[in-house]
Design a protein around this ligand. Structure first.
Ligand SMILES: Nc1ncnc2c1ncn2[C@@H]1O[C@H](COP(=O)(O)OP(=O)(O)OP(=O)(O)O)[C@@H](O)[C@H]1O
Length: 311
């Protein structure tokens, strides 16, 4: 079953489509990264998924339950944490969680369980105004975990955290599907972060999905490049150009795009043989996949470039 399924979702603000024909399919058990530049439509999509905004068009189902016709049932299985967690500053961490626990009519033991999961038990009786930002974020996650939701939605969960806090949060989110059985939908514009924690990813730009699939499919969008260093790079470049392979130079190395990901090793070996056969000494030869950042920039319309030395 899919955790989230949207069909042709649209939300318009003052004549502008913030979300424009979005079809999402989030498999159960995934850590699904929802990636997009500022203003791409991530938060609007999340607010639609939570029923906080009404779409102008389209359909949303959470675990097969239609959000419009079976709202309570659909949202029952969802826990959410927003980028700036809002807590009662004059209450302790435990007291904050107790408010939500009462609303959800859960057993008191739930508070201990979630405090232990996010490792905040040792400060449970401290006022939230004395919490660090990282602790506040973790308290937000603890609240999201109350009631063992099947789907966790996190909007930019590492915003404002320092590098240590970011790593802690990322490592924590990574463990959630295994520890809780939940599906995680996490929005971010931090590419490296999504790369390190997500099993699946959708990229949104100007309200539209420009890629959706697993990380392997994302990497497979472009064949990798071959980087090589040899004696007489100019001569090697013109030899390769004669056989239809255009090269650029970067940091004194020749770089060329291979024809396909599946055949990359065979093609690299062929180029190596060709150059060695023609008398060139090869000092370095490496297959270099596209970084997620380069793929992302290409998907959102800013073409990645192989910088030439002359540039
Ligand atoms: N309530 C609103 N009224 C008018 N326009 C809005 C409203 N909410 C969002 N928008 C616009 O919709 C577009 C998408 O915004 P959204 O907040 O969903 O993007 P985002 O991907 O979450 O961006 P960020 O990463 O900066 O948070 C933007 O152009 C934004 O200005």
């Amino acid at each position: 079953m899919t955790a989230i399924e949207t069909e042709n979702l649209r939300k318009r603000f003052r004549g502008v489509n913030a979300v424009d024909g979005v079809d999402l399919s989030v498999p159960e058990g995934a850590i699904f990264g929802f990636l997009g530049p500022n203003g791409a439509g991530k938060t609007t999509t999340i607010r639609l998924l939570l029923g906080l905004l009404r779409p102008n068009r389209g359909r949303i189902a959470l675990f097969g339950e239609n959000l419009k016709s079976r709202r309570t049932k659909a949202l029952k299985s969802v826990g959410v944490a927003f980028e700036t967690p809002a807590h009662y500053e004059h209450l302790t961490g435990r007291e904050n969680l107790d408010i939500t626990r009462r609303l959800l009519n859960l057993d008191k033991s739930e508070i201990d369980r979630v405090l232990e999961t996010v490792e905040l038990k040792y400060v449970e009786n401290r006022l939230v105004r004395k919490y660090s930002l990282g602790m506040r974020h973790r308290l937000g996650l603890a609240r999201a975990l109350l009631g063992r939701p099947k789907l966790l939605i996190f909007d930019e969960p590492t915003n404002g955290l320092d590098p240590v806090g970011i790593r802690e949060m990322r490592e924590f989110i990574k463990t959630l599907p295994e520890r809780t059985g939940a599906t995680v939908f996490v929005s971010s514009h931090h590419l490296a972060e999504i790369e390190q924690m997500a099993s699946h990813v959708a990229v949104i730009n100007l309200g539209q999905i420009v890629f959706q699939g697993d990380m392997k499919e994302l990497r497979g969008l472009h064949a990798p490049r071959l980087e090589l260093a040899c004696s007489d790079p100019g001569g090697a470049a013109s030899l390769l150009s004669g056989s239809g392979k255009q090269t650029q130079t970067r940091g004194g190395r020749l770089v060329l795009e291979l024809a396909s990901a599946d055949e990359a090793e065979r093609e690299a070996a062929e180029i190596n043989r060709h150059l060695v056969g023609a008398g060139f000494d090869i000092h370095h030869l490496a297959i270099a996949p596209w970084t997620l950042e380069e793929l992302f920039l290409q998907l959102v319309g800013a073409k990645p470039t192989i910088r030439s030395d002359a540039a």
